[in-house]
Design a protein around this ligand. Structure first.
Ligand code: ADP
Length: 453
C-alpha cells in the first residue's frame, strides 16, 4: 500500500507538471507567432515606404540577416533579393502573397520548408509604381523551439522530479501514519473519523468483530469451566455410592457381617446402585439436551395425556410418602418431543412429592390457552428459600443436600427440566414460600405459535 500510494502521488505530480509545461509552451508559442507576424507586417510597411522613396538605393544601406527581402518588378522578375542571386530566380507573379498584394495592395502567406518543421512567413506590399516588396522570416516550429531550450527544460524536469519524489514520500508517510498506528485490538481509538471517513466502516466492523470474539471467547471459557465443574461433580457423585457399595461388599467378603445383617446390607447395595443408575440416566438425558435434543422425535401430542401418565406412574411413590397427587385440566394439543415433555412434568411432580410433608398434597393443573399451555405443579411441601429459587436449576445444586440424598435425588432433575423447556421455546417460573409450599409454572407455546417463532 505504501509503495502504491507513493507511486500514485509522484506519477500524478509529474504528469500534471509535464502537461502544464506543454500547455504553457503551446500558449507562449502561439502568442509569439502572432507577435512575429504582426512585426513582419510593420517591417514590410516601413521598408515599402523606403523603397518607394529611394528605389534600389534603399537596399544599399540595408544590413539585415534575419529577414529575407525581395523586390519584384511589375512583370514578376526579381529586381532585388538579399539572400539569392536574382538572375537565377524564376518569375514570382504566381506566388500567393504576390498575387494577393497585386490584387489588394497587401498579401500574406505561409509555406512550410522541406523538413516541415519550420515555416516561412511572407508579407508583400504593392508599391505605387506597381512593383511589390516582399519580406519573409523563418518561424521555428514548436519542437525546434523546445530543442533550443532543451537544457533549461531538462533541468526543470529533473528538479520537479526530485521535488515530487520528496513530496510523495512525505505525503505517503502522513497519510499512512495513522493507519499504521491502528491498534488491532481497539481500531477506533486513535483515528480521526472525519479525516478517514472511508475506512471508518471497516474499522468499526473490526471493532465489533473483536468485541464479538471477546464475547465468544468468554462464552467458550465459561462453557469449558462448566464442563470441567460438571465432570468433577459427576465423578464425586459417582464415587460416593461406589465407595459405599465396595465397603458393604468388602465387609460381607471378610465375613464381618452377621448372618441376619446380610439381607439389609444387600438392600443398601441395591439402593446405592439404584442411585447410581438414576444418576447415569440423568447424565445421559442432560448430554442429549446439551446437543439440542436433535435425536428426539417431534410430533403432535397432548400435554394433558402426558401429565396424566406422569401422575399415574408417581401415584405409588406418593402414597408411600403419604402424599396425595391430583390432576385437573383439559386436553391440550401441543407440538414437541413427548419424551422431553414427560420428563418435565415427571421431574416437577417427583420433586413436589419428595420435598413434601406426610399428609401433604400435590396439584397438577394443565391449562390450555390461546397461545400457550400452562402446566402448574403446586405442592404443600417444605418450600424453597427465596435466594435459592434461581439456583435450583443449576446442575447438582441442592438446597438441602442430605434431604435430597435421603429421597434419592441426583441434583440434576431441574437442570433437565429447564433445558427441555428451553428446547420447546417455553418459560418456567417458580413461586415458593418456606414451610408453605412451592408452585412451578411451565408454559409451552402452542403449535402455531411455535412455528411462527
Ligand atoms: P434433586 O434431584 O436433588 O431433587 P433437582 O434438580 O430436581 O434435584 O432440584 C434441585 C433442588 O431444588 C432440590 O435438591 C431441592 O432442594 C430443591 N427443590 C426442587 N423442587 C422442590 C420443591 N417442590 N420443594 C422444595 N424444594 C425443591
Amino acid at each position: 500500500m505504501n509503495r502504491r500510494i507513493f507511486n500514485a502521488i509522484w506519477i500524478v505530480a509529474v504528469i500534471v507538471f509535464l502537461s502544464s509545461l506543454l500547455f504553457i509552451m503551446g500558449v507562449l508559442y502561439s502568442y509569439f507567432s502572432g507577435v512575429q507576424a504582426k512585426q513582419l507586417r510593420i517591417e514590410t510597411e516601413l521598408a515599402s515606404r523606403g523603397v518607394a522613396m529611394s528605389g534600389i538605393k534603399y537596399f544599399d544601406s540595408l544590413d539585415i540577416k534575419d529577414y529575407r527581402v525581395t523586390w519584384i518588378g511589375t512583370d514578376g522578375t526579381v529586381l532585388y533579393d538579399n539572400a539569392a542571386d536574382t538572375s537565377e530566380m524564376e518569375n514570382h507573379l504566381e506566388r500567393e502573397e504576390i498575387k494577393e498584394a497585386l490584387d489588394e495592395g497587401y498579401g500574406e502567406s505561409v509555406r512550410y520548408s522541406s523538413t516541415l518543421s519550420d515555416k516561412q512567413l511572407y508579407s508583400a506590399k504593392l508599391l505605387p509604381d506597381g512593383s511589390v516588396l516582399r519580406l519573409s522570416i523563418v518561424q521555428m516550429a514548436i519542437w525546434s523551439l523546445m530543442l533550443g531550450f532543451i537544457q533549461p527544460i531538462l533541468l526543470v524536469i529533473i528538479i520537479s522530479l526530485i521535488l515530487s519524489l520528496i513530496l510523495a514520500s512525505r505525503l505517503t508517510k502522513r497519510i499512512l501514519e495513522p493507519i499504521n498506528n491502528i491498534d488491532p485490538d481497539n481500531p477506533m481509538q486513535h483515528i480521526n473519523e472525519e479525516e478517514y471517513k472511508e475506512i471508518v466502516p471497516l474499522l468499526s466492523r473490526i471493532q465489533s468483530q473483536n468485541e464479538q470474539l471477546k464475547r465468544d471467547q468468554k462464552e467458550i471459557e465459561k462453557a469449558a469451566m462448566i464442563r470441567q465443574e460438571f465432570t468433577a461433580n459427576v465423578s464425586h457423585e459417582l464415587k460416593t455410592p461406589l465407595h459405599a457399595i465396595s465397603g458393604y461388599a468388602e465387609l460381607i467378603e471378610k465375613e464381618m457381617v452377621k448372618e441376619e445383617d446380610i439381607k439389609p446390607f444387600a438392600g443398601r447395595i441395591r439402593e446405592e446402585s439404584t442411585r447410581m443408575t438414576k444418576l447415569v440416566e440423568d447424565i445421559i438425558d442432560l448430554t442429549k439436551l446439551d446437543n439440542g435434543g436433535v435425536e428426539m422425535k417431534w410430533e403432535d401430542c397432548d400435554l394433558y395425556r402426558i401429565a396424566e401418565n406422569a401422575v399415574d406412574s408417581l401415584e405409588t411413590p406418593a402414597s408411600q410418602l403419604d402424599v396425595t397427587i391430583n390432576i385437573q385440566g383439559s386436553d391440550a394439543p401441543s407440538w414437541g418431543a413427548p419424551q422431553l415433555l414427560y420428563s418435565i412434568i415427571y421431574n416437577l411432580c417427583d420433586n413436589a412429592i419428595k420435598y413434601n410433608h406426610a399428609g401433604g398434597c400435590v396439584d397438577v393443573i394443565v391449562q390450555p390457552n390461546k397461545y400457550e399451555t400452562s402446566i402448574i405443579v403446586k405442592d404443600t411441601g417444605i418450600g424453597i428459600p427465596e435466594e435459592c429459587c434461581e439456583r435450583i436449576f443449576e446442575r447438582f445444586y441442592r438446597v438441602d443436600k442430605s434431604r435430597s440424598k435421603e429421597v434419592g435425588g441426583t441434583g440434576l432433575g431441574l437442570s433437565i427440566v429447564k433445558h427441555a423447556v428451553m428446547i420447546h421455546n417455553g418459560k418456567i417460573e417458580v413461586k415458593s414460600k418456606v414451610g408453605e409450599g412451592t408452585e412451578v409454572i411451565v408454559s409451552i407455546p402452542n403449535k402455531q405459535e411455535y412455528i411462527e417463532l
